[in-house]
Write a protein that binds this ligand. Structure first.
Ligand code: CUA
Length: 158
């Protein structure tokens, strides 16, 4: 069978790129231990309001943990509970969030905090609020007609 030389080069290039890709992914996965993030905490989305800590959304001071506060957030169409919260500057905060209905986002504008809230899963993130100001939290997953109105405010105060 005759194969044109350009076609041969193209086959070699295609196969070669595939091998390089698999080697790169393989090194990342097996040597460096990279994995996709996996959910560690689950919740019954129908029982969010009755399940601790989501039965009492808001900011709570905690003792004896690696963080000073826990910010418990419940998202539902089309708002967050709490809608506004004040956090003292330089406190270490663990955000614990979930949704009661559909997928929502939780992005704190001006920071690199950006979580997806999925029904049945609990999303967590630990951060230090070291800048004072008002931080708008927006939903960046399209969740219905009120999606664009879905927001809350985090005020970091002295
Ligand atoms: Cu909630 Cu978009």
């Amino acid at each position: 069978m005759h194969i044109h030389k350009y076609e041969k080069w193209w086959l070699i290039f295609g196969t070669g790129s595939l091998i390089v890709f698999l080697i790169v992914v393989g090194i990342g996965a097996f040597h460096q231990g990279h994995q996709p993030p996996s959910a560690k905490a689950f919740i019954d989305p129908e029982l969010v309001s009755e399940t601790a800590p989501f039965d009492e959304p808001g900011l709570k001071k905690v003792e004896g943990k690696d963080w000073d506060y826990e910010l418990v957030v419940v998202a539902s169409a089309f708002y967050y509970d709490p809608g506004e919260v004040e956090i003292p500057k330089n406190s270490r905060v663990k955000i614990i969030a979930t949704t009661k209905d559909v997928i929502h986002g939780f992005q704190i504008a001006g920071t690199n905090i950006n979580m997806m809230l999925e029904p049945g899963y609990i999303s967590e993130y630990v951060t230090t609020m070291n800048k004072t100001g008002e931080f708008l939290t927006v939903c960046n997953e399209y969740c219905g007609v009120g999606h664009h109105t879905m927001k809350s405010m985090i005020k970091v105060v002295d």
